[in-house]
Design a protein around this ligand. Sequence first.
Ligand code: ATP
Length: 277
Amino acid sequence: MKPIAISARGVCAAIGKQRVLHGIDLELRAGCWTSVVGPNGAGKSTLLKALAGLLPRAAVQGELRWLGRPLAQIPAPERARLRAWLGQNEGGADELTGYDVVMLGRLPHQSWLAPPGPADHAAVAQALHSTQAWDWRQRPLAQLSGGERQRVLLARALAVQAPVLLMDEPLANLDPPHQTDWLHTMRTLAHAGGTVLSVLHEISFALQADDMLVLAGGRVLHHGACAAPATHAALEQVFGQRIRVRWLDGMWMALPALQRGGPESGPSGPATPAVPE
Ligand SMILES: Nc1ncnc2c1ncn2[C@@H]1O[C@H](COP(=O)(O)OP(=O)(O)OP(=O)(O)O)[C@@H](O)[C@H]1O
């Protein structure tokens, strides 16, 4: 059995005076990519921040553990090496070049005021190549398009080379080929033993993860394998039966639940492909 990388027991969190998370219990195993889905306002970003240790301590109740250790007992520099973070709509560092932005991901590995070493430069180059952002390494972040910028920020998270990677809407602004590249990268990381947690609104991409966490109203509605019928049922339920999960072209996909018989369904409707054994 793979070790548990992150666990939460009875975790509640508030933003300001508003209680957003209510008694979250979960275990995320090493070597597993889990996608987090749910309607707007379900608490996905708040959960990710709580698990990342990014909410003020007073705002979180319950027990959070990383690699079996209480989060509160892990010093900040060690936390920064253990988990990489890509937030939603990240700002700042606009005047820095792409290269320097990604080098920020190496700070947890560097001694105070020491210049980056060969391992840092190698990690930055590898990360920039893996998101195909190497060509913009000399350009300021402010001069990049939304998708180019997102690929630099993703490279920054990858350059940390942390065992745990938490990402909030990582596909924002990415074009389809780079969304597909991202999917391959996440599978590779999980296959190599990493723990990946990603909040996604692109449900068909979320279904390519190993496991899925379905949130609603600040609670875990379902946590299970992406291939499990119970997960598909929870997905359809949480989105008010407005999507359908179907097996298409060798993978599970989420399709909009359009009314049958309308012009969208075509002249005679498509045949339903066979589901895997
Ligand atoms: N800064 C804030 N102040 C007050 N309430 C907030 C703040 N940020 C979030 N909330 C509220 O907390 C709840 C959960 O927000 P959260 O961003 O975690 O949801 P989400 O599932 O990530 O949503 P989305 O899919 O829209 O990104 C929402 O009701 C939201 O209105």
